[in-house]
Design a protein. Sequence first.
Length: 420
Amino acid sequence: MRSTISIYATAVGLVVALAAHGQSPRYTVIDLGTPGLGGPNSVAFGINNAGRVGGGATLPTGNQHPFLWHDGHMIDLHTLGGPNGTASGPNGRDELAIVAETSTSDPLHEDFCGFGTHLICLGAIRREGALTPLPTLGGNNGAALALNNRGQVVGYAENRMRDASCASPQVLDYEAVIWGPNAGEIHPLPPLPGDTVGFALGINDKGQVVGSSGPCANTPLVPLQLGPHSVLWENGSPKNLGSLGGKLNNVAAAINNRGEVVGASDLPGDTALHTFLWTRETGMQDLGTVGMDVSSLPAGMSGINNRRQVVGASCMTPDFISGPCRAYIWQNNVMVDLNALIPMNSPLYLAFALGINDVGEIVGLAVDNTGDTHAFLAVPVNSEADRESFSPTERRVTSPRAVPDSARRLLRQRFGIVGR
């Protein structure tokens, strides 16, 4: 069990100090920074129930490496020989799904993982201190994006099929896949009938998988992982979850152990994305935005926990990278600006919430006062985050900040947050 004494001692001190000013925050915020990696920027993509965090951080060279953070220490997980990589949140055994570049140039000059290097990149799993590459479906590249507590990993991998409809520089088709739990196993997850490509973004402990599929021409991996059809795979069979009325972009991003799915769907006219919650009983529900914001999307892979709390980003424009955005939490049918629930004097502005665990701890990407982007951990204070309803003060909307260009490479590997 991790040590939480220092975290909660700090939280208690903050509560005492802020109570005198009439504010009692629901969360205290920890800046994870880039200790041990040396660069200025970092982002956290997920957190397990023990409070261990996975993500990506920059080196002094500007390259990005995957990391595992716990108890104030950030461990560089390295790559498969290339300059760049990133990690998902860890499962209960501290295993992580990894996207990592190799040192080999792509023979087709593809930019499969979007780092701009045109190197072959592969999915990998970090297990027992070792990074193990995962097989493809016969093509050159793959990407591992999420895993469950059974050690099953999901993502997408290229096959050998050349497809002239793919947007340049992509040449080969790719399919959603599930690896494991045994070493070397790979199982394709077929796209919906009529579609040719797909990708998997989330998996729960029952082996249910979510993602998207479509034709290669309008189901890009870079700069967005958005296809026209949101998909749930059960026992390897795809199910179309529908849409909020739009036809261009629909994706299922995460699924909890109750089978509840969050994702993003275009509204009618395909002018803006909204976060959705899908359940078998109610179908697809539009979760809206914060205040008068135009668009929202959930965190990929770990955007919903088993208590039906949802986190993500709400933005003032349809562009999720240049438009000002704020991290949100949705619970009990209300979406709230996460910055309204933290100390007023926080040096970090929380731009993207990218993962939440069953304890209610939230991780993501924040902007500091210098414009650097840092991974953050928001820890509930004295169970205040579990109150059933948000007060009028807590529903206030803060002034959002645009995410700087330095965040673009950090966010490339995760669905929907690099612009439209």
